[in-house]
Design a protein around this ligand. Sequence first.
Ligand code: CA
Length: 247
Amino acid sequence: MPTRILLVEDEQSIVEVLRYNLEREGFEVQSCGDGREALRLAQLHTPDLIVLDLMLPNLDGLEVCRILRADAATARIPILMLTARSEEADQIVGLAVGADDYVTKPFSVKVVVQRIRALLRRAASEEVGQVLSAHGIRLDRRTHRVSVHDQPVHLTLTEFRFLEAFLRQPGRAFRRDELLEAAGTDADLVLERTVDVHIKSLRRKLGPAGEFIETVRGVGYRLREPGTAPEPAEAAAVSSPRRREKS
Ligand code: CA
C-alpha cells in the first residue's frame, strides 16, 4: 500500500510543485486548501503523514494541529508544518501544539521530501516500539492487548504493567518494589507480598508461557531471556519458597 500524504495548502502553486514531486517519490497525495476540510479528510482517511500550511482559510494550521492531536484517532499522525513566517516564535508554537517538524517558506522541495522521509521513518520505529514480544507473548502498548500465540489474554492493569516491564528487559531481575513502581503503585502503601499475588495470576493467565516468568530467589522476578535455558537452581526456586511459606 502506498504511503498516503495529506497536503494542506491554500497556495495552488505550492500544491502543484509538492504534489508533482511527492507523487514522483511514490507517495499517494490528497490535497485541500482549507483547515476545516483538512480536519474532515484527516479524520476520514487517517493519512500516514500530513503536510500542513500554517496560514489557512477557516481554521489555521495551529488550530488544525491542536484538534488532530487531541483526537486519539489522529493524534499519532506525523505533521510537517509549512510556515511562511520566519519568526521563530511561530515555529516554536507550531511544535508546541504538536507539529513534529517544520519547514519555512520558501523551501527546497528536496528538503521537504527529506523531512517527510525522516518523519515517516521515526513514526515507523515508534510504531514498532509499541509492540513488545518474547516467548510467543505479544503485548501491544497502544491497544493494550496481550496475546499468547495469537490467543488473546485479558490482564488487569497491574498485570499488564508487570508484563510490559518484563518484556522491555528480558533477563533482568526485578525487585518487587521495582515492579510496583513500574505498575505506577506506591510501594510504601502496598505490601510487596501483593506482587506475588499479581505474578501468580499473571502466570496463570499466560498459560504455559507463564513459566517464563521466573522467580529469582532473594530478589524478585524476571522474564527468562529468550534462547536461554532455565538455571536448575532458579527453576527449583520457582516453587520452593512458596511451599516454605505455607508450611
Ligand atoms: Ca497559506
